[in-house]
Write a protein that binds this ligand. Sequence first.
Ligand SMILES: Nc1nc2c(ncn2[C@@H]2O[C@H](COP(=O)(O)OP(=O)(O)O)[C@@H](O)[C@H]2O)c(=O)[nH]1
Ligand SMILES: [Mg+2]
Length: 689
Amino acid sequence: MGKSIKELRNVALVGHGGSGKTSLSEALLFAAGATTRLGRVDEGSSVMDFEPEEVKRKISITSAFHQYPWKKHTVNIIDTPGDANFFSDTRSCLQGADAAIVVVEAIDGVKVQTEQAWDVADQLNMPRLVFVNKMDRERADFMGTLKDLAEAFQPKPVLLQLPIGAEDNFQGVVDLMTGKAYFYGNDGKAEAKEIPAELKDQVAAEREALMENIAEADDALLEKYLDGEALTDEELVQGLRAGALTGAFVPVLCGSATKNIAVDLLMDCINACIPSPLDLGVKTGTDPDTQETKESTPDPDGPFSALVFKTIADPYAGRLTIFRVYSGTLKPDSSFYNASKEAKERCGQLLQIAGKEQTSLPEAGPGDIVAIAKLKETTTGDTLCTEANKILFESLEPLPSVISYAIEPKSKGDEDKIFTSLSRLLEEDPTLKLDRDAQTKEIIISGMGQIHIETMVEKLKRKFGVEVNLNTPKIPYKETIKQAAKGVVYRHKKQSGGRGQFAEVHFDVSPLEEGKGFEFEQALVGMNVPRNFVPAVEKGIVEAMQSGILAGNPVVDVKVRFYDGKSHEVDSSEMAFKIAASMCFKKGLREAKPTMLEPIVNLTVTVREEYMGDVIGDLNSRRGKVLGMEAKGKTQVIRAQVPMAEILNYVPDLTSMTGGRGSFTYEFDHYAEVPAHIMQKIADEANKE
Ligand SMILES: Nc1nc2c(ncn2[C@@H]2O[C@H](COP(=O)(O)OP(=O)(O)O)[C@@H](O)[C@H]2O)c(=O)[nH]1
Ligand SMILES: [Mg+2]
């Protein structure tokens, strides 16, 4: 299709999980003739939710791409996941769109994920439309939903339609712009009819309100309107577009995705009220060499520039990089520059993604969303450009991971495979983190939530044939001492026929400052111990330090002064001294008030004001210390220090405490002594093993 940039639209569907984004995508594609049957999430026939993990759960896990033609326009749609577990992908993919269609249910209206998506659209300064879906469902309440929207959001929602009927009786909508009533049959085709008598007054009032809203967004129109002159249809259409583009207001439409009602009107509105890449104008970045501000113009003849907002790991086709072009034209089999990685890249085919299908494109210009396979260096968030005209765009940072599991292969020996295949999955999902704990030796995988990690495990099996178990990670406790033990003596003596074993060592064992680790001082005088046994003594201590006397954790921050001992001409050996040293060290620990240390993290919790009391109370019960609070708009940021062991399960707990209106990040800070009663529990647990 010959397309012009002016007639190109890039929209992302966002909103809470289950609001009908994927169903609406299917309806858009079907109504525009881009698909031949209406895909259904419930029947697993959706072209957008095609990944097996999505079909199984009937939810979107990763953003999907498609496009449709409508009345001379080409529209790229990005169907994003609504679930908090996958919100990082939603955020990232919003960067590929020029506007957001916020899908809400006519039943429950605004939910947490609606707010979060709205916030990201704010952050990206993105125009949006609201589609009130599921008007056919029982309890559908359009005006109630509108009230909900108006209370929750700025810019203000402005009605473009009124529904005709609701629930079982939802038949269509009145278009307030044209004053026409559209009734829909089972085939999704509209028939224009008289406005039902009972709606006439409401239509007149809402049309007046719409005109006023449009006029208010434009000074010239406002003047005319205040003078009592009616705005022409053309003025209304232009004013509506202008107001929607500048974000003076947010147009609200309604319908039913699964019954395909009023979806064609939504498509008209996407054409009419969403910016083209030309409307967006220049995209600002920086010159990586001079750090000066630089701009990309949506000109197909300019230098090429693009932002990568998603990567897909495919075990067969390799890595797939998805980006949005801001300027210039890219051709297949050409080379370009990755300004973020400071690396040259070469591409083969340019691909357009439509659900799970990929077709090759002859070229890609401003506004296009394109995929390239097998780039070497490029990852999500990178800016692509030309080496002669370098530019760097800002991109949203991936959200920090908040939940960790220890991952182990089901079959022994698959450990390396876990690492190689997981690192491929990490490429497509920057919120996943992989680590090996130096102390516990566990492989730790971190992510956004339990379902996030579980779907990753399923993908690992499906894509790479690796099966794993998930466990609660072990806490890397440490052991140390609180006071010195002077003159600790241990004699190792064994006489079992033939040559015996004999060694005696005298130690002072004393605590060191936190973080100092281990210090060994050789302070022998006289010839009681031949000096060639000293290294064996140190080795014996170092080995004993691997496993403390309380619960077998590594011992830290201890000094041993080796000042005397005894030896035997025949029976003393390195082995004997090593054993003596190790036993003497343990004896010393026992006499030196041994204790256990646990990792403490710095925790930052962001919650709505009204939940602050509950969250702080809960932190106290987790042995947390609240360090401070700070108000940020309607939210409070709480900073606290909490033992790591107490926040292993914080994700679901915070979610249930705050109805999902809370988030947190944490990072390791220091080690601190474990309270005695808890120490006993840890020791009992460890000694059971
Ligand atoms: N009755 C009714 N159900 C709908 C409508 N749109 C979606 N659904 C159902 O709502 C559920 C969630 O839909 P889905 O498209 O997966 O929502 P998403 O999570 O926002 O992508 C599915 O069971 C759909 O069949 C609608 O307009 N009317
Ligand atoms: Mg979905």
